[in-house]
Write a protein that binds this ligand. Structure first.
Ligand SMILES: [Fe+2]
Length: 234
């Protein structure tokens, strides 16, 4: 098992000029020490979320309206930070407590989904409206380019609506057939990888290339992950 410092040193050796990073490591991880190491480095920058530099992913019994990330046993595929114009490039999820150990984290191949959609549907100009926790609408192009490799990737969210206006009347939409095709295809593609995170597991992944989801039979209030977002500087 790696220490936080050893893990950070391994990142310094790693080539981040690519779009296929999805790695699992065993680390005795201290998120605060990691943030300090990143802040001293010239290779990376931490991206803050609403929670600051470190988020705790913890399911809750109490239902929070509209925020499925806190209580849903099935939190659909999404990329993180869609309320930012440029969502973070990389995500670290670290398992502090595996809880019942039943929840799987699924990863999907965004480039593959984008290529299928482009081949089969008129998906080029669709807008995905993401509804943030603050209930504001954040529009994104549904298919956009990966920030490093410029490959096509999809912008997908659990609270995301692939149409021009999430409040519009679906029955009056001219492109309803294409939208249905896009949604059916997007939902039909299975994960490329599923992980049940155990204590000390740290998964690092490219946020644009690997939309992720969580599935569990039960709400697991003991399962505790830390989440950190960062970018690699050119
Ligand atoms: Fe997420």
């Amino acid at each position: 098992m790696l220490t936080t410092e050893e893990y950070f040193k391994s990142l310094l050796q790693k080539d981040f000029n690519r779009d296929d990073i999805l790695d699992l490591s065993k680390v005795n991880f201290d998120p605060h020490q990691f943030i300090e190491l990143i802040n001293k480095s010239e290779k990376f920058e931490i991206i803050h979320s609403h929670d600051g530099p470190i988020s705790v992913v913890l399911e809750e019994n109490e239902k929070r309206i509209g925020d499925f990330s806190k209580m849903s046993t099935d939190f659909g595929k999404h990329i993180d930070g869609l309320y930012k114009e440029n969502p973070p490039q990389f995500v670290i999820l670290y398992c502090e407590n595996e809880g019942l150990g039943e929840a799987t984290t699924n990863f999907y191949d965004s480039k593959f989904i984008a290529s299928i959609l482009k081949a089969c549907c008129k998906a080029d100009n669709l807008i995905m409206n993401y509804i943030g926790r603050d209930s504001k609408i954040y529009p994104q192009k549904f298919i956009r380019q990966h920030p490093i490799t410029k490959n096509d990737v999809i912008m997908i969210a659990s609270r995301g609506f692939i149409q021009q206006d999430p409040k519009s009347d679906l029955s009056k939409m001219a492109n309803l057939k294409e939208l249905n095709e896009v949604l059916t295809l997007t939902n039909a593609i299975p994960p490329t990888c599923s992980i049940t995170l155990k204590k000390y597991d740290l998964v690092l992944f490219d946020n644009y290339s690997f939309p992720h989801s969580r599935q569990s039979k039960v709400t697991d209030t003991k399962r505790k992950l830390y989440r950190i977002w960062f970018n690699a500087l050119a």
